[in-house]
Design a binder for this molecule. Sequence first.
Ligand code: FES
Length: 95
Amino acid sequence: MTGSSASPGSSRNDDVSIVACPDGPLLVRGEVPIVTPTGEPVPRRRKTVALCRCGASTIKPYCDGTHKLINFRTEPDLPDSPQSAGSEASQTPQG
Ligand code: FES
């Protein structure tokens, strides 16, 4: 038998999506339980939440925007890309 069929309880997952934001968090939309490593539920106030993937948030597991301050990048600079060539010399601190 090939193909797949939805089970009666699977329809609620149709409204779930996880979007990996470039240089940012994971946006989780839908009714997905978020739990601690020990299985405790993490309070959730919104249907869409942003999960930190930079590791610097002060409100983990949620994103607090710190990824912007630390210049978090999800894609490494390619060694032969025009942007990365000489980019160290052109970087200036922001503040
Ligand atoms: S991804 Fe936003 S603070 Fe970590």
